[in-house]
Design a protein around this ligand. Structure first.
Ligand code: SF4
Ligand code: SF4
Length: 180
């Protein structure tokens, strides 16, 4: 493990610990660390603008955890190694934009298939069909920015935006922003 991978793994461990503490404190821990919460999820230290989402995330995280345990194959489908680099696009060696994709590259058109996995994401703005966390630490370090991570994910969500080209691809570097 390189020093950089150790940093990424440590960041994920800290993030998972925060989620665990938040659940154990019935959602109040995110308020205690409000500026960090706001920056982590929304890329903005002005936490007062995002307070309604703090408790939404508490209920979402409980529901997501519960469904992950109950739903067969959910853990495998979204398994993410702790040392994975942050990412803001799928591996270009494995996926490319689908030829039939008619919407701007930086959007998901009318689709929200992967944002409603197990339970509807609390950061999904239905009125605008938009992710409120786009490009943030949360988005880049966990499953959103790198979606799809595997052909199995692409097929499971019937994602119309990307097409699979090669199973041997691998993300070695942090890719430029803007694929979702
Ligand atoms: S892309 Fe955004 S809206 Fe979709 S699951 Fe991730 S954080 Fe939620
Ligand atoms: S990444 Fe694919 S499955 Fe997910 S919302 Fe966008 S188009 Fe839909």
């Amino acid at each position: 493990m390189t020093f950089t991978e150790l940093k990424w793994a440590t960041f994920r461990m800290v993030s998972y610990s925060i989620v665990a503490i938040n659940i154990l404190t019935f959602g109040f821990f995110l308020y205690v660390i409000a500026p960090y919460t706001s920056y982590f999820f929304f890329g903005d230290l002005r936490f007062w603008k995002y307070l309604p989402y703090f408790h939404k995330y508490y209920f979402y995280s409980i529901s997501y955890l519960k469904m992950t345990i109950l739903e067969d194959g959910a853990l495998t489908l979204f398994h993410l190694p702790m040392t994975s680099p942050p990412a803001d696009s799928p591996d270009p060696g494995m996926f490319r934009l689908a030829k039939e994709w008619n919407f701007p590259e930086g959007t998901c058109g009318k689709c929200s298939n992967c944002c409603n996995f197990l339970t509807e994401c609390c950061f999904y703005d239905k009125s605008q069909n938009k992710c409120l966390c786009y490009g943030t630490l949360f988005w880049r370090f966990f499953n959103c920015g790198r979606f799809p991570l595997s052909k199995e994910q692409l097929d499971y969500f019937n994602c119309p935006k990307f097409e699979f080209i090669n199973r041997a691809g691998r993300i070695d570097t942090i890719t430029p922003r803007g694929s979702r």
